[in-house]
Write a protein that binds this ligand. Structure first.
Ligand code: TYD
Length: 168
């Protein structure tokens, strides 16, 4: 079986409901390893790119606000990259169906997700659906230096006049 990578995002509802520890414990049942992790303040651009396959859906604008944290008044998510054999299916199994009402009740989304009155699925976590999606999403959310180990081919780029912030 192939070694895969998958992107997991603990969404704003997962964070404000104090589910982080619980979700990480559930995911540790997979015995996959974490090769990247960071707290991210999701920009409008990142939200729209991440969900661009849903651009034409009536709930798209609300979905963008949700992942940015506007709905839960916490502008952060926790992004993680898991790696191991069959990682995508193993994580999706524990995460559960997109629709929290259809998800297995013992899955993360089945146990903690909800459907808002306007019909958006607040389903606590994101998990990549295929190796192609995982590669696209990991490259969108993480820079090569933020991931431990060689995951995808990299290239050297000479940077000129780059201003970075240091501790004052
Ligand atoms: P999608 O990429 O189809 O599913 P998944 O997150 O399981 O890969 O949808 C992205 C998010 O959009 C989903 O997690 C919740 C939201 N969504 C809705 O609110 N309503 C819907 O009918 C669908 C399909 C998704």
């Amino acid at each position: 079986m192939a070694i895969e990578q998958t992107l997991v995002i603990i969404k704003p509802d997962g964070l404000i409901k104090s589910l982080t520890g619980n979700i990480l414990s559930r995911l540790s049942e997979t015995k996959l390893i974490i090769i990247g992790a960071k707290v991210v303040q999701v920009t409008d651009k990142l939200a729209r790119e991440h969900y661009k396959h849903l651009m034409d859906k009536p709930f798209f604008e609300e979905l963008v606000h949700y992942i940015m944290g506007d709905v839960h008044h916490t502008h952060r998510v926790l992004a993680l990259v898991y790696q191991g054999e069959n990682a995508i299916a193993k994580v999706r199994e524990i995460v559960g169906d997109t629709n929290p009402e259809k998800a297995n009740p013992v899955s993360i989304r089945g146990a903690y997700g909800r459907i808002t009155t306007s019909g958006v699925f607040e389903n606590v976590v994101h998990a990549s659906s295929s190796p192609e999606d995982a590669e696209h999403e990991i490259k969108l959310w993480f820079r090569p230096a933020e991931i431990v180990g060689l995951v995808y081919p990299m290239k050297d780029v000479v940077m000129e006049k780059v201003i970075e912030q240091e501790w004052a």
